[in-house]
Design a protein around this ligand. Structure first.
Ligand code: ATP
Ligand code: MG
Length: 327
């Protein structure tokens, strides 16, 4: 079956500066793909290429089989876009924005009016429908943005950070709406900086950093693969940290210093009970006095930070990036 979105070897530079480098991914029809990455990773640039707003330098993007460069018109008729920044007109009312968009989709006047009413209702904006958008709150604007991108009943919806800046209530409402659309078969490409959002909405994830894919997989798999249990050991005297590490590394464990000041070290666990026993035995034999030892599951945000590492090096890359997977 033709995927709703197919991206192959996509690249884009600005002034000789590559911001998207060789990105490939596939979004099957009806799936929600979360494109996750820190500021400046290239998310918006990728979404803009998918939605025909900018041209790729190389590689190709097909939306429902149509090429975004050669068949941009067809692509535009199939997609909806909620950009990172509000794209609605501030000087006119919410209703007028929706009406104008419906007319641009060639709805006859009467149907365009009905569609504007319907969308206001669906996004709980009827009460403020006649008010100029310039006087909307951030949450209202975001909802109007989403409503605007849905006027033409798109088969593929691109959402660029749909909930940034929303309060928890508006965020949940937005999530519910996205889920409802996905359940009805709309394919969604969603960018976000929040693991939590990705986990709430996405069937699969692609993590990008500096224009490159650094991890991908089904959301639950990635979570399991990256977010497994971690054993944290804190020696009473920070100086003992090095010896503790040697003792564990000597038994073949991958150990990382988690905190210089306290000397806390971290060791990813495989989930095998015998392993934990062995680690504890090794620590016991080293006879180093401990201040703390616990097992915990890292939050998704921690996983994300590890992946995109503040030091720039995508430390976990080789470990988490399978050869071109189906995502
Ligand atoms: N029109 C442009 N001209 C020059 N550089 C640009 C342009 N648009 C984006 N960039 C640069 O490309 C890089 C990627 O930007 P992009 O907007 O795609 O990132 P992002 O992942 O969406 O980030 P954010 O989370 O902040 O929205 C950034 O370094 C940005 O400065
Ligand atoms: Mg962006």
């Amino acid at each position: 079956m033709t995927p709703a979105i197919l991206i192959e070897g996509l690249a884009k530079s600005y002034g000789g500066n590559p911001v998207v480098k060789d990105v490939s991914l596939e979004v099957p029809t009806g799936h929600v793909l979360g494109l996750l990455g820190p500021n400046g990773a290239g998310k918006t640039t990728t979404v803009k290429m998918v939605s025909t707003l900018i041209r790729p330098d190389s590689g190709r993007v097909l939306v429902c089989g149509y090429d975004v460069v050669r068949q941009a018109g067809e692509v535009r008729s199939l997609i909806g876009l909620t950009g990172q920044y509000a794209s609605v007109d501030e000087d006119i009312s919410g209703w007028e924005n929706l009406y104008v968009i419906a007319r641009l989709f060639n709805f006859p006047r009467r149907r365009a009016r009905a569609r504007a009413d319907e969308m206001l209702e669906r996004f709980q904006l009827t009460d403020v429908g006649t008010r100029a958008v310039g006087r909307y709150s951030g949450g209202m604007r975001r909802r109007l943005d989403l409503a605007a991108s849905l006027v033409g009943s798109p088969r593929v919806l691109c959402l660029d950070e749909p909930t940034t800046g929303l309060d928890p209530h508006s965020r949940n409402a937005m999530w519910a709406e996205v889920r409802r659309l996905a359940d009805q078969g709309t394919t969604v490409l969603l960018t976000t900086q929040y693991m939590e959002e990705a986990e709430a909405l996405a069937d699969s994830l692609v993590v990008i950093d500096r224009g490159q894919v650094i991890a991908r997989g089904r959301t639950a798999e990635l979570r399991a693969r990256l977010g497994g249990q971690v054993l944290r050991i804190r020696p009473e005297r920070p100086v003992d940290s090095a010896e503790l590490r040697r003792a564990l590394e000597g038994r073949g464990y991958a150990v990382a210093l988690a905190d210089e000041e306290t000397g806390q070290i971290r060791l990813p666990l495989s989930g095998d009970g015998a392993q934990l026993t062995d680690v504890v035995r090794a620590v016991g034999q080293s006879d180093i006095p401990l201040a703390g030892l616990d097992v915990r599951i890292p939050s998704l945000d921690e996983v994300f930070l590890t992946l995109t590492g503040a030091d720039g090096a995508s430390q976990a890359q080789s470990e988490v990036l399978p050869a071109r997977s189906a995502v």
